[in-house]
Design a protein around this ligand. Structure first.
Ligand code: HEC
Ligand code: HEC
Ligand code: HEC
Length: 333
């Protein structure tokens, strides 16, 4: 546990709730408050998923944060945090992660989204990876572009009347206006928010528990024998499965950067067969790049959704299949 970021000598001084959450709580409850953290697999019961905790009262939360929950890994924080900090944290969690769970209209929107939109737009609003029929693929509603471009009014109008020439049909004939409002407000509250955006920024890199960014060695002529950081050993089999399901959509099954989504993306996904890549990306570099993502591009920071072992697996796969095997083919030519 990092010491002393909370309680201060000066009476009444408080730390910012979002910083407290990321210093003390996200390691178990996850960056998105959904309990999907690296600690999750080793705890029984697992850390609470706040996004479905609509029944938790503010008072009960304050009590548990101060005193802990017996029989679980949830310890009390009253020696580290003062009363104002505990209240601030509680309100932060409620408005950041529990907003949908606490609001019946947004709950209704969530159900409608699951019934009507998820098939094309995905559970996180990320959009479909493949074009649908002759249409362009469903829009990534979680992207910064979507946040910038889509006003509430435009969304209500697009959902009501559809988008001509695409698979996005109008719901006006099938859904009452109040339901369209509810589903749009749900998308705006749960999907189009920077906190749930796993692409881009490294805002939390370097906080306690994050993989060390320094491990990258990207200078050309990198030492290709270097092992994974933190003594991790990746499984190629597990990594391949994850790669085909989650990375191939951008980087291509062959690693050539020509996945089905690549066409829509700028800058383009990295071509792993390019000599610039195969000569400079060793295991620690691939691990770090996968973990931290790439600011200003569509490359997500996978540390927010994967644990260290899972990152090591997919990094090992990329290393073996594209860097090592890629070099061998290049030499044979
Ligand atoms: C070491 C892991 C860990 C850390 C760190 C942690 N928690 Fe927890 N938390 C848990 C576990 C495990 C539970 C119990 C889940 C259950 O009972 O189902 C829990 C439960 C809770 C609950 C009660 C949920 C319920 O349904 O009763 C709240 C509120 C909570 N945590 C807030 C926080 C806050 C705020 C922080 C940071 C100051 C924090 N936790 C840090 C693991 C952790
Ligand atoms: C059959 C697939 C499909 C379903 C189902 C679907 N969408 Fe879409 N959606 C699309 C496609 C394709 C686009 C991209 C259209 C474009 O770029 O003009 C899109 C675009 C959008 C946009 C952006 C429109 C704009 O103005 O640029 C919003 C908002 C949206 N969808 C919301 C929803 C909601 C909410 C639901 C459920 C009620 C839903 N979609 C159901 C395929 C679908
Ligand atoms: C939404 C598309 C997308 C997905 C999904 C994606 N990437 Fe990327 N990736 C990119 C883009 C775009 C870049 C190039 C960024 C640039 O050029 O600066 C990149 C770059 C990289 C790089 C090189 C980093 C660098 O510094 O140039 C690695 C390694 C990488 N990705 C690994 C992965 C792995 C492993 C996965 C799956 C776990 C994955 N990517 C999933 C889009 C994606």
């Amino acid at each position: 546990m990092p010491a002393a970021a909370g309680k201060h000598d000066a009476k009444g001084a408080e730390s910012k709730p979002d910083a407290l959450y990321h210093n003390y709580c996200s390691v178990c409850h996850g960056d998105r408050g959904d309990g999907r953290s690296r600690a999750r697999n080793s705890l029984n019961p697992p850390p609470r998923d706040f996004t479905t905790a609509g029944e938790l009262t503010r008072e009960a939360m304050i009590t548990i944060i101060a005193h802990g929950k017996p029989g679980t890994a949830m310890v009390g924080w009253k020696t580290q945090l003062n009363a104002a900090e505990i209240e601030g944290l509680t309100d932060y969690i409620r408005k950041t992660f529990m907003i949908v769970a606490l609001d019946p209209k947004l709950q209704r929107g969530k159900t409608l989204y699951a019934q009507n939109c998820i098939a094309c737009h995905g559970s996180q609003g990320q959009g479909s990876t493949l074009p649908i029929g002759g249409s362009k693929p469903a829009r990534d509603l979680a992207s910064p572009q979507a946040r910038a471009e889509l006003s509430r009014e435009r969304m209500i109008s697009s959902v009501t009347t559809g988008r001509p020439g695409t698979a996005m049909a109008g719901f006006g004939g099938r859904m009452p206006a109040a339901d369209i409002d509810a589903v749009v407000d749900y998308v705006r509250a749960a999907i189009m928010v920077p906190q749930t955006d796993i692409s881009g920024t490294n805002a939390h890199a370097g906080r306690a528990g994050s993989p060390a960014p320094k491990a990258a060695a990207t200078a050309s002529g990198a030492d290709m024998k270097q092992p994974m950081p933190n003594a991790l050993k990746g499984s190629v089999t597990a990594g391949e499965r994850f790669y085909m399901a989650n990375c191939a959509t951008c980087h291509g099954a062959k690693g050539d950067g020509k996945g089905p989504r690549a066409y829509f993306i700028n800058p383009k996904p990295r071509n792993f067969l390019d000599p610039a890549f195969t000569s400079s990306f060793n295991r620690p570099a691939i691990y770090a790049a996968t973990s931290m993502g790439r600011q200003g591009s569509e490359m997500p920071a996978w540390s927010k959704v994967l644990n260290e072992q899972e990152i090591a697996n997919v990094a090992e796969f990329v290393f073996q299949r594209f860097v090592v095997a890629g070099k061998r083919t290049a030499k044979a030519k």
